[in-house]
Write a protein that binds this ligand. Sequence first.
Ligand code: SF4
Ligand code: SF4
Length: 201
Amino acid sequence: MDHEASMNAALAATSVENCYQCGKCTAGCPAADEMDFMPNQVLRLVQAGDADTVMRSRAIWLCVSCLTCTTRCPQSVDCAGVMDVLRQMAAGQETVPPDMQRIKVFHRAFLDSVRRHGRINEVELIMQFKTLGFLKDRNMRLLMKDALLAPKLIQRGKFHLQGESVRDRAVVRRIFDRCMPRADRARRATADKDSASGGVV
Ligand code: SF4
Ligand code: SF4
């Protein structure tokens, strides 16, 4: 399936065609100022079937999934859901712009932590994000950035050294197994083995 066909299939559950470009989504979007395409423009590109442009955009990675656009839309278009689908597709097809790679790494670290524990283990999340981020761009600043904030956050109870897990982690794993593509599952299984033997995932 080419990019356009898979985009159309993934978005079939939403009502993208109902968007009439009123711009209410963009007007409420907290990240719009930083985006290369405004949320309503992303919708327009999707309507036009321009998969290549939209999947290489920075906008879909700068979206913070706040759902403001979805709740404001007079046409009940799930704009935030569209952003989410596009992110998943861009990640799977390696069309993430170089300066957005770190955001992709953060998404991965976040989801891995939830998959393992059923909730976020903050230390593990940061370790994985910083290590994989550094391996991607060899930027020492990423490793050290925010380090001085940690003691203050711990003092205020905003950062927890001790991670917790939900009781029934098997249920969480089953949810992920159902949602993850087969190739991704195989990659994760390998990463879990590396992790268990002391490597970094
Ligand atoms: S608010 Fe809804 S109808 Fe208006 S531009 Fe955004 S997605 Fe389209
Ligand atoms: S969900 Fe994304 S696109 Fe929608 S308003 Fe929030 S940041 Fe903007």
